[in-house]
Design a protein around this ligand. Structure first.
Ligand code: SF4
Ligand code: SF4
Length: 453
């Protein structure tokens, strides 16, 4: 156990547990209610909320303390609960700055909520998957009705009241085919901080009445859930959005995946734990005070303890939690250790490590083919931005360069291509499917299938 207080602690708190007014088909959290069958135990008591806030301040030494409110749907609670939360924060802050962020499906927002968020500077994350046909595909209410219009009303309210919001979009089997459409839509809403979360779930072959149906990665014999995104489709989704972003929006829109990959490219800590070298940055607390190692690992085997029995600090810096974090690295299959992108990728999130390597080792990330596709596609631009970063310049200067590289071409008009802007490992623009280095790069021209250049 650490002998000193850490600078910063993260903890996602679910003051209403997994309770939600919606019934999104791909949600991995709704069924967590099976872990807490007792009725009435799903709302965090005032005493526990106050204890959490007091201990959370006492557990860390940072001058800014961040509170992350999640669910379920936290706006099922009354605004009065959050007014009490803000009062306790003021009381226990000891002069430190407080940042509150709250993730919501947006369907229950009212003028009262929006006023409250504005008054207390809450940062709001809205869960929206894209335009209507994409969002309503899976995000439905308990009656099976679509929710797009209600989310849009919620966003309008936030805008009316000047509340800052960002977006969280799940990338599933359907939406993955519409990368540019999703990106342009989110931009049109005014979202400048976008998080894309790939859904990869497996369904147990058998689950008793009280057992979870969506299982942890180490469980054998489960089937991929049909709403899971295909790995290559996820890669293409990222690539198409990246092309829009890198030509037009660097420094204006923040796509967390791109920021994280760029951070790793530059050798700094990424803003997304999926690309961090170790885990442990996203533990979660349920309404009864149970703390789990990660929001993506709310399974009985990953329970650290309960706030009523142990301190937050003891749980979050415990040997078990440190081992969970370190295991992200230690459990990497040899295939990943040999991968040219491992220093960027870190094997991505262990929740997605359900595949087998070509040589039969388990623990490969299911998204690997898509991740590689994206790293390879983004590499020249990441290199460019890294050089800018190293030289103290602005990465945004990549946009003009990217526009020259990615300018639209008339079909088969390779003679018009600016070859000087193409990196040796880029796909060759002649359409051969080979890398440029092994195709039309001048010394290799004799191997190219085209003849007009
Ligand atoms: S398990 Fe996944 S979500 Fe949790 S900390 Fe690790 S990378 Fe992040
Ligand atoms: S790209 Fe694939 S092989 Fe490489 S580190 Fe990531 S998951 Fe492993």
């Amino acid at each position: 156990m650490l002998a000193h207080k850490p600078q910063v602690l993260n903890l996602l708190v679910k003051p209403i547990g997994s309770a939600c007014n919606l019934n999104c088909a791909y949600c991995y959290y709704l069924e967590k209610e099976k872990l807490y069958p007792a009725k009435g135990g799903r709302v965090m008591s005032d005493a526990l909320l106050e204890k959490y806030i007091r201990e959370f301040f006492a557990s860390q030494e940072s001058s800014v303390v961040r509170f992350d409110w999640h669910g379920g749907e936290p706006t099922l609670l009354e605004t009065d609960t959050f007014r009490k939360i803000v009062r306790w924060q003021k009381h226990y802050a000891g002069g430190r700055q407080v940042v509150n962020s709250l993730q919501t499906n947006g369907t229950l927002l009212t003028h009262e909520w929006a006023n409250f968020f504005r008054e207390h500077g809450f940062l709001i994350g809205i869960s929206i998957d894209g335009p209507r046909h994409i969002h309503d595909r899976y995000r439905r209410d308990k009656a099976g009705e679509p929710t797009f219009d209600r989310v849009m009303q919620g966003i309008e309210l936030l805008k009316q009241h000047g509340v800052e919001f960002n977006t969280l979009s799940v990338v599933n089997d359907y939406g993955a085919e519409y990368g540019v459409e999703v990106y342009q839509f989110l931009k049109s809403l005014g979202s400048r901080y976008m998080q894309f979360s790939p859904v990869v779930e497996r369904i147990a072959s058998e689950a008793g009445p009280g057992e979870l149906r969506l299982v942890a990665p180490e469980v054998d014999g489960a089937m991929l859930a049909p709403w899971s995104v295909a790995a290559e489709a996820y890669g293409r989704f990222l690539c198409t959005i990246f092309d829009e972003w890198v030509q037009n929006d660097v420094g204006y829109c923040y796509v967390i995946t791109f920021d994280a990959v760029l951070a790793k490219w530059c050798g700094v800590e990424p803003p997304n734990c999926a690309f961090a070298d170790v885990c442990g940055g996203g533990p979660a607390m349920e309404a009864n005070g149970d703390i789990y190692m990660c929001d993506h690992f709310v399974y009985p085997d990953h329970l650290l303890g309960n706030l009523n029995d142990a301190s937050i600090l003891d749980m979050l810096v415990s040997e078990r939690q440190l081992h969970f974090g370190q295991n992200k690295q230690d459990a990497l299959p040899k295939f990943c250790r040999r991968c040219e992108y491992v220093s960027i990728c870190a094997g991505e999130c262990p929740k997605h490590r359900i595949s087998t390597t070509p040589d039969g080792e388990s623990g490969l990330n299911y998204l690997c083919p898509g991740l590689k596709l994206f790293y390879e596609h983004a590499a020249p631009y990441m290199d460019f931005m890294k050089h800018q970063y190293d030289a103290g310049g602005a990465p945004a200067s990549v946009m003009a360069w990217a526009r020259r590289r990615l300018k639209p071409l008339a079909p088969n008009s390779v003679a018009t291509i600016d070859f000087s802007a193409i990196g040796p490992y880029d796909p060759c623009p002649c359409g051969s499917g080979k890398k440029y280095k092994f195709c039309c790069l001048p010394e290799n021209r004799h191997t190219c299938r085209t003849t007009n250049h």
